[in-house]
Design a protein around this ligand. Structure first.
Ligand code: G3I
Length: 367
């Protein structure tokens, strides 16, 4: 029942989208029929997804998705040319004890990516969240804390040297007002200058990796974007190896369309930086019964398209990643109980209008 209701809304939504969207989408839908996202994308644009595992998955009644879900792995390999470990390279996961690293799951993703011609986005090195208890609750001198961060960066970045396309070196370092987050233990204890050091160390450990600032809530201009622009200017002036600025793009249909994102990305492109979309998803309030309406699916697809169009319109936006491709494993319902359906595929990997709109837009892209 659910499946057929869903099929009907999907058709209605696709029809609504085609009416809603500009002509080129219709013109290209025939050519890309049956093809994957990665196969129709412009050659200079990586199409990525988060690789499900760790984090909220550990609390769910299923085994590790990346390791055990074969249909999931098949879609992952077919559709994407970039892979971002969702949790498997975060401190609490990869460095669970002070003198012990847990590289197995991250190694497996890097191996899979190489076997399938995929780039890897490393995520993340300097963040306030998902740090291990030994770090959060330990007592360290400033010198010890600094060497803990330095050793972590050299160890993790060094291990994957030459195999990581882009690293999210500094993740979510500012709050909404553009102030440094004091929850970040390294920034609080060592001061904001530690951000520059993290970039320097990552660059020494892997000189070819592109090093990024990454955050959510930067899809519209405001205090946070201003703070990132000021930080980027400062780091560049100090010749710190900063290469890019990324918008996570966790969107909710409770708020407006991301129609100013292109302008935000352009501000960083103008500084000579690369830009990227790193964690796109579009959540919505689910009607009782849990099936989105055709109109909701059409709006969702238009948000996805607006973000992709923004990236395509900016010269050095070379990486476009969605935060998971199936609702089956999305983080959204775990964090936002009333919301869901945020990804481009249903639980059974059936494709939503958002998937088709991305594919048609990629197929029609001229760059
Ligand atoms: O660590 C606690 C544990 O102490 C507690 O007992 C348990 C009880 O619920 O929760 C544990 O925290 C979990 C955490 O992962 C650490 O494993 C959270 O519940 C769980 O929801 C969390 O999920 C991850 C989340 O980051 C944490 O912030 C998600 O899997 C992951 O998709 C999400 O990804 C982040 C990006 O890295 C950065 N940008 C935002 C994005 C979405 O939040």
């Amino acid at each position: 029942m659910l499946t057929s209701a869903r099929a009907v809304v999907a058709v209605l939504a696709t029809t609504a989208m085609l009416g809603y969207l500009a002509q080129p989408v219709q013109a290209h839908s025939g050519h890309s029929h049956g093809k994957s996202l990665r196969s129709v994308a412009p050659r200079d644009l990586r199409i990525g997804t988060a690789v499900a595992g760790g984090g909220h998955h550990l609390e769910q009644p299923y085994p590790d998705p990346f390791t055990y879900d074969r249909p999931y792995r098949k879609v992952l390999a077919k559709e994407f040319s970039s892979a971002s470990p969702e949790n498997q390279m975060k401190w609490e996961f990869i460095h669970p004890e002070r003198h012990r690293y847990n590289f197995g799951p991250a190694d497996a993703i890097v191996k899979f990516a190489r076997e399938n011609g995929q780039a890897v986005r490393g995520h993340t090195l300097l963040w306030h969240s998902q740090n291990p208890a030994w770090l959060n609750e330990g007592t360290f001198t400033k010198a010890e804390l600094r060497s803990i961060l330095k050793n972590h960066i050299f160890t993790v970045v060094g291990r994957y040297k030459g195999k990581i396309h882009q690293w999210d070196v500094a993740n979510e370092v500012f709050n909404e007002n553009g102030e440094y987050r004091q929850e970040n233990i390294f920034i609080r204890e060592l001061g904001p200058g530690i951000v520059a050091d993290a970039f320097r160390w990552a660059h020494q450990a892997d000189p070819r990796a592109q090093l990024f600032l990454n955050d959510y809530g930067v899809e519209w201009p405001g205090g946070k974007v201003d703070a990132y622009e000021a930080l980027a200017r400062q780091l560049l002036a100090e010749r710190v190896p900063l290469h890019g600025f990324a918008s996570q793009a966790h969107l909710s249909m409770r708020y407006g369309a991301p129609d100013q994102l292109r302008g935000v990305l352009q501000r960083f492109d103008d500084l000579g930086l690369k830009t990227a979309i790193t964690e796109l998803d579009v959540r919505m309030d689910l009607p009782s019964g849990g099936v989105p309406t055709a109109e909701q699916l059409a709006t969702q697809a238009s948000y996805y398209k607006t973000v992709l169009d923004a990236c395509l319109a900016v010269d050095d936006c070379n990486s476009f990643t969605i935060w998971g491709f199936t609702d089956k494993y999305s983080w959204v319902p775990v964090f936002f109980p009333a919301e869901g359906a945020a990804t481009v595929m249903w639980d059974d990997f059936g494709k939503k209008p958002a998937y088709y709109v991305l594919r048609d837009t990629l197929a029609g892209a001229r760059r």
